[in-house]
Design a binder for this molecule. Sequence first.
Ligand SMILES: C[S@@+](CC[C@H](N)C(=O)[O-])C[C@H]1O[C@@H](n2cnc3c(N)ncnc32)[C@H](O)[C@@H]1O
Length: 204
Amino acid sequence: MTSSADRFWDERYSQPGYLYGTEPNAFLRGQAWRFPATGAALSVADGEGRNGVFLAESGLAVTTVDGAAVGVEKARALARQRGVDLRAEHADLFAWDWPEAAFDLAVSIFLHLPEPQRQLLHRHLVRALKPGGLLLLQAYRPDQIGRGTGGPPDRALTYTADLLSADFAGLQRIELLEGEAWIEEGSGHRGMSAVIQLVARKPG
Ligand SMILES: C[S@@+](CC[C@H](N)C(=O)[O-])C[C@H]1O[C@@H](n2cnc3c(N)ncnc32)[C@H](O)[C@@H]1O
């Protein structure tokens, strides 16, 4: 069944071009040196596929999940165009059959959920990682509200260091940074932005 959230995203992804561009998120690109040389990666809420395709180009076997059918079709098209394999699944992350201890790398870029869905999603991510697996997450902080450069309109959907520390208390924290970044990703994200980014590893 299609939810109003899926319809919202499908409508946005139905516009010509790629809303956040076809290049990967800059934080994800900057963390590429930490990627395993081979292995399985999961990118949740991958939208039109720019990040999943980049992970696949990095030599990983990539699964992406997104609830917006139009986004998933565009992700598959981008993978074909770039000549990489991408397992792009169209599913609600809360109905998806999450594999356990299956991924060497899990990525969440600009997925903004209210509590308690946020906590549940983050528990799923931790369980889906293999021991020793790496988590990479970037999201907007509360200071982003009102800037008009991207992100959710509602403060309750933004993430803080306290929230992420609590959600991922079971992981070994490598970096948890709050700051300002110039973000230029298609027409969807453009300008100075208040972001938070987490790099963490599941104990081996
Ligand atoms: C801001 S976009 C980010 C897309 C992508 N991560 C990127 O950075 O290009 C948020 C995405 O989350 C997806 N999403 C939100 N809630 C979801 C859910 N419960 N299940 C699957 N996808 C979801 C939307 O469909 C949308 O594609």
